[in-house]
Design a protein around this ligand. Structure first.
Ligand SMILES: *[C@@H]1O[C@H](CO)[C@@H](O)[C@H](O)[C@H]1NC(C)=O
Ligand SMILES: *[C@@H]1O[C@H](CO)[C@@H](O)[C@H](O)[C@H]1NC(C)=O
Ligand SMILES: *[C@@H]1O[C@H](CO)[C@@H](O)[C@H](O)[C@H]1NC(C)=O
Ligand SMILES: *[C@@H]1O[C@H](CO)[C@@H](O)[C@H](O)[C@H]1NC(C)=O
Ligand SMILES: *[C@@H]1O[C@H](CO)[C@@H](O)[C@H](O)[C@H]1NC(C)=O
Ligand SMILES: *[C@@H]1O[C@H](CO)[C@@H](O)[C@H](O)[C@H]1NC(C)=O
Ligand SMILES: *[C@@H]1O[C@H](CO)[C@@H](O)[C@H](O)[C@H]1NC(C)=O
Ligand SMILES: *[C@@H]1O[C@H](CO)[C@@H](O)[C@H](O)[C@H]1NC(C)=O
Length: 535
């Protein structure tokens, strides 16, 4: 209960501090230190506020089959890459799951987005090869406990941790066999948990596995053309990403189809999660404006055009040609409209300008868009405040992305399924990790623009999940960064998960439901106070 002291200090400081005003406008210093003026009461009553995590990042490996991230993290150090650890133990949420739920409860969050480890439910990847009862029991307990505490589960079926058997057997998402295996796994999950889980996410960040896993080789399974990175054990960066993305879309659609045809009576909703970014022109030239539009098509349209129209964007067809697969008529109809909602993850904005084509031997899906993406514009300006070294954020991008999806993709139901920033990681004590004030500014300013999107642009957003519930294994950044609203001591994962300053801020944001609708109407105003009094 050492937390109480911190909570009290914050609340007192908030009440007594000297106030200073700022608005929810571009490039303003976003410093909403207090939640009297802007809080969950500024959103609809049934709006879900939650936190998020994923299986490989938090659970640890006990009691499940091996997956591609196990293989990848244990292979790469030998290949000369930096040893950034692995998810063998991480937070050991397999054992300490109740500590996670305690934190969510303490925050007064109403939703938790987490993922099932496919290889915990089906250690050998296929339903026909046996279900792991221990895994089913684990998720049952987790879900039941959440529901008892009025926390709505949002379950991701696939957050990149493909059972290794399926990768060994047929190269995972490179092979169409994945479509039926994913469908069977999803079908089983709906059967086992669908009476209580009403919000299903098929695949996390459709863009990521094709590009990072098969073009850059920086994520599992770590394939790419040898000319791109000699540490890649073979692959083809110019063709495989497009095949993987294509099979992901078909696997996603197959899962949605089985949900809609066989489990309709469960009355839930299902959709994919997109990683989004906003793109701004690097300079004032028409070329850069064009590049900005191409960036949106290659990053968002790659998946959204098939999901809304059953085909890839014309500009991709023009620039990628035969390397881009095609949906036949049956498949197009199957993929088109295969979602009840879209989960959108938003982190950063980039500047776009034109880039020359790569030489044939270095051809990769990363450069087919002929766009050069940078963190700075032509005048060397970033889009907003800094967070970690060399990274900048852009709260207005949240609004831009929401508006883009509303206008371009037919006003879908949206959940913001991830939003957050990293702060320095490594082996630091709670007292040091606690001071994550830039995370407060980040979350607050993005929520401010999210509310603007809902109120002023009428975007249909029904929930927001901060990334992340707690510090965890951050995939290819390992433990070098911390994303959590709560602290995890990786030297003693059984210790309590204490809220950082950002967790305490989110808690007051959620607990305070004072309505201030008028204040928030057009350009949002906040009062803030001295950062130092928080410490
Ligand atoms: C896909 O996997 C199956 C086994 O499931 C195999 O027979 C087939 O050759 C594979 N196809 C390709 C293109 O690798
Ligand atoms: C990738 O595949 C394309 C099309 O089959 C081929 O032309 C190219 O040589 C391959 N690249 C590599 C690096 O294997
Ligand atoms: C912009 O893109 C379109 C189509 O891709 C092209 O026809 C046009 O020439 C481009 N304009 C500039 C200024 O690059
Ligand atoms: C489309 O492709 C699927 C899978 O290969 C096949 O089963 C189906 O018959 C095809 N449909 C059409 C209209 O060609
Ligand atoms: C991208 O643009 C930046 C800034 O103009 C430049 O320094 C960099 O070399 C460009 N990268 C490529 C691959 O063209
Ligand atoms: C780990 O944390 C628990 C719970 O706070 C505590 O009882 C235990 O002594 C700690 N272990 C170590 C090795 O610090
Ligand atoms: C927050 O949650 C606690 C239980 O953890 C509950 O007692 C309290 O009423 C909640 N507060 C608000 C404002 O919802
Ligand atoms: C609080 O307000 C001050 C300005 O009064 C600002 O410098 C600081 O960043 C704000 N945020 C936090 C989390 O303290």
């Amino acid at each position: 209960m050492k937390l109480l002291g911190f909570s009290l200090a914050i609340l007192l400081a908030v009440v007594t501090c000297k106030a200073e005003e700022f608005t929810c406008e571009e490039n303003e210093p976003f410093t909403c230190n207090q939640t009297k003026l802007f809080n969950s009461g500024s959103f609809e009553k049934d709006f879900i506020f939650g936190v998020a995590s994923s299986a490989y990042q938090v659970e640890g490996g006990r009691g499940r089959g091996l997956n591609v991230w196990d293989a990848f993290t244990h292979r790469f150090p030998e290949k000369g890459g930096p040893d950034l650890g692995n998810g063998d133990t991480t937070c050991d949420s397999y054992t300490n799951w109740h500590k996670d739920i305690d934190v969510i409860d303490e925050l007064n969050a109403t939703g938790y987005r987490f993922s099932f480890a496919w290889s915990r439910i089906l250690p050998k990847g296929k339903r026909s090869r046996g279900v792991n009862e221990g895994g089913v029991k684990y998720y049952n307990r987790l879900i039941d406990n959440m529901i008892e505490r009025n926390i709505t589960p949002f379950v991701t079926l696939f957050h990149w941790d493909l059972p290794q058997t399926l990768q060994d057997e047929y190269n995972g998402f490179l092979n169409r066999s994945i479509i039926d295996d994913f469908k069977d796994y999803a079908d089983l999950c709906f059967e086992l948990f669908g009476d209580r889980v009403k919000n299903w996410i098929t695949i996390n960040q459709l863009y990521t596995v094709p590009t990072r896993g098969y073009a850059l080789g920086t994520d599992a399974p770590g394939r790419c053309s040898p000319k791109i990175d000699e540490r890649c054990p073979g692959g083809n960066s110019s063709t495989e990403p497009y095949l993987v993305a294509h099979n992901q879309l078909l696997a996603h659609a197959a899962a949605v189809d089985v949900y809609r045809t066989k489990h309709k009576h469960q009355g839930g909703k299902i959709g994919p999660v997109m990683i989004t970014r906003w793109f701004l022109p690097y300079d004032d030239t028409p070329e850069s404006k064009n590049a900005t539009e191409r960036a949106k098509e290659f990053f968002l349209g790659w998946f959204m055009e098939p999901l809304t129209k059953g085909k890839y964007p014309d500009i991709m067809r023009e620039l990628v040609g035969k390397r881009l697969p095609e949906f036949n008529e049956t498949e197009a109809a199957y993929v088109k409209g295969s979602y009840d909602f879209l989960g959108l993850n938003y982190y950063v904005t980039q500047y776009a300008h034109t880039q020359d084509p790569s030489p044939p031997e270095r051809l990769t899906a990363m450069t087919d868009s002929l766009v050069n993406l940078t963190s700075f514009d032509v005048n060397g300006q970033p889009p907003g405040p800094p967070f970690s070294k060399g990274s900048y954020y852009h709260p207005r991008g949240m609004l831009n992305v929401m508006e883009h999806f509303k206008t371009k993709y037919g006003d879908p139901l949206i959940y913001v399924t991830e939003n957050g920033i990293s702060t320095p990681g490594g082996d630091i004590p709670f007292t040091e990790a606690f001071h994550d004030y830039e995370r407060i500014d980040y979350l607050c300013s993005h929520l401010c623009f999210l509310r603007k999107a809902i109120k002023e642009k009428r975007v249909n957003v029904k929930g927001y999940f901060a990334w992340a519930l707690g510090d965890n294994y951050e995939f290819c950044n390992g433990f070098t960064v911390r994303f959590g609203l709560s602290y995890v001591d990786f030297n003693n994962v059984t210790a309590d998960r204490d809220l950082k300053a950002s967790g305490l801020w989110y808690q007051s944001f959620l607990r305070d439901t004072t309505k201030n609708q008028d204040l928030l109407r057009s350009s949002l105003s906040f009062k803030n106070r001295d950062r130092k009094s928080l410490a």
